[in-house]
Design a protein around this ligand. Structure first.
Ligand code: AKB
Length: 321
């Protein structure tokens, strides 16, 4: 299968591209609106500069590379979205619309769409948030993700397009840093810890959110896309791996680095975090396609500190470019 990954220089897109390349070798074309850092992404296969809001350019890439499936990771996240709502709508909704239109006109086999816990809002039950519940977000990012889910449902029902998605929680990873999300503190805190700095956290100590370590995030996408279509009751599934407060991750880090200190200085992202679930019920994903996370807070913390520690020792903690 010849695959296009949009948003391939982003936090999930960069690692998903490498993971798909391990499965599909040369058949994965990475696309991003900026050049990748001189790293594994650029070295391991084709890369094209692409703005997903430019439908003609997207169509050209799909045609020239004879693409059969699109993993559409390009998105503006929650915190950045609040700084520029029109841009969030343009990229998140019109970008997806372009992908879906091209997919149906060209008869593509599959589309992957990353949704988010941001589809939920303050009126949604915040603990064990169900698969079927109130979707009334208060961020533009959440609004675009609900619109995206509905568009995907529509294209599946109306045109028979095989489009599948996941409502990702905050993603923690040691490779490409996240760009502009509310859950970014759960990654930044590890960089501060390995650099022996104190960390100023932009949400309160008691703020709990659902999270997932990158290997689980990648495996979820790959397993969902490989699942028999007939087993899927939903186009977009709730998934989670763990939930913890900002204070709990700091305490877990202190088991490795006892002198690590965190100050809590909530900013506008606190209100966003307060509108999202504390924990997620992913039983539909577990029963329909066998979802089962591997990494909890303990394993994630140990692995983050190990990976970042190694990079720091090698003098390349932060990716170049
Ligand atoms: C964000 O914080 O905006 C993202 C998300 C939960 O979708 N990480």
């Amino acid at each position: 299968m010849r695959i296009l990954v949009t948003g391939a220089t982003g936090q999930i897109g960069s690692e998903l591209t490498l993971e798909l390349r391990r499965h599909h070798r040369d058949d994965v074309v990475a696309a991003g609106h900026r050049r990748p850092a001189a790293d594994k992404l650029a070295a391991s296969g084709p890369f094209v500069r692409l703005d997903v809001t430019d439908r003609a350019a997207l169509e050209r890439v799909v045609r020239e590379h004879r693409i059969e499936a699109i993993y559409h990771l390009a998105a503006v996240l929650s915190a950045t979205g609040e700084q520029d709502p029109p841009r969030a709508w343009e990229v998140n909704v019109n970008g997806l619309y372009n992908v879906l239109e091209i997919a149906r006109h060209r008869g593509l086999a599959q589309v992957f769409y990353p949704s988010s816990i941001a589809v939920f809002g303050p009126r949604t039950p915040r603990d064990a948030t169900p698969q079927d519940t109130i979707l009334s977000p208060t961020t533009i990012y959440g609004v675009t993700k609900v619109a995206g889910e509905l568009l995907c449902d529509y294209y599946a029902r109306r045109y028979g397009l095989d489009v599948r998605g996941l409502r990702y929680p905050g993603i923690i990873s040691s490779e490409t840093p996240p760009g502009g999300g509310t859950t970014d503190y759960a990654v930044e805190i590890f960089y501060a810890a390995v650099e022996k700095r104190s960390y100023t956290c932009f949400v309160r100590e008691d703020t709990a959110l659902p999270m997932m370590f990158m290997p689980d995030c990648l495996r979820a996408a790959i397993e969902l896309m490989a699942a028999p279509n007939g087993n899927l009751r939903y186009r977009t599934y709730n998934i989670t791996a763990m939930s913890f407060t900002a204070g709990e991750v700091a305490a877990e880090i202190r088991k490795h680095i006892p002198e690590f200190r965190v100050r809590y200085q909530p900013d506008f992202r606190q209100e966003i975090a307060d509108s999202w679930p504390r924990s997620i019920d992913d039983s539909a994903a577990r029963s329909d396609w066998g979802w089962k996370p591997v990494y909890g807070l303990k394993e994630t913390t140990a692995e983050m500190l190990r990976a970042l520690g190694e990079r720091q020792a090698a003098g390349c903690l932060y990716p170049s470019g």
